[in-house]
Design a protein around this ligand. Structure first.
Ligand code: SAM
Length: 172
């Protein structure tokens, strides 16, 4: 059975490639899809994703994906921009001077892209499919509320080793 994986806001495609590699180690076949709005990110992701048999789409969030994926996605991994606009100036120079602003800016509360993804995700997930959104520790409860409002079963997972927080929503 092939699992359908989407790396949304994929940037380089690293997250999708890592998920595909982990699935392969576990003996699972994956159909990898990745998408981003920034043509530079799409070009970079194509170099990483296409050699392992995945596809990369350019466009705004889930609208970039082919309609045939609606209701089929098992894993929807999203590393959206989530820095509140006013906090970008406080980031380390390597981020604020070299990253494209579109890769960082999450709007006034940092949650504008999370809001849009949560509102649209349920349509794309297969029953039992999972939405995973990286968040800051502070924002995670609010991202979890957005998932719950969209009808997903939400939980927050913290990884102290990588100092990372992911909000997971399962489509019942
Ligand atoms: C934090 S970066 C992701 C980095 C990625 N995980 C990597 O390993 O390179 C956020 C990405 O979201 C993309 N993005 C921002 N707004 C978007 C939108 N409306 N639709 C699709 N992608 C978007 C940016 O272009 C950027 O590549």
């Amino acid at each position: 059975l092939e699992r359908v994986v989407v790396d949304l806001c994929c940037g380089s495609g690293a997250i999708g490639v890592a998920i595909a590699a982990a699935a392969e180690r576990a003996g699972r076949r994956v159909q990898l899809n990745a998408a981003d709005l920034d043509p530079a990110a799409v070009a970079c992701a194509r170099r990483n994703v296409e050699p392992i048999g995945g596809r990369v789409f350019e466009g705004d969030l889930l609208a970039a994906l082919p309609d045939s994926l609606r209701g089929t996605v098992d894993v929807l991994a999203v590393n959206a921009p989530y820095v509140p606009t006013a906090s970008i100036a406080l980031m380390p120079p390597e981020a604020r001077e070299h990253e494209h602003r579109i890769a960082l800016d999450g709007g006034s509360d940092g949650l504008s892209v999370h809001r849009r993804v949560c509102a649209a995700a349920t349509d794309w997930l297969a029953p039992g499919g999972r939405l995973l959104i990286e968040a800051s520790e502070d924002q995670a409860p609010r991202t979890a509320e957005l998932m719950a409002a969209a009808g997903l079963r939400a939980s927050i997972v913290q990884d102290d080793d990588v100092d990372g927080t992911v909000v997971i929503g399962i489509r019942p």
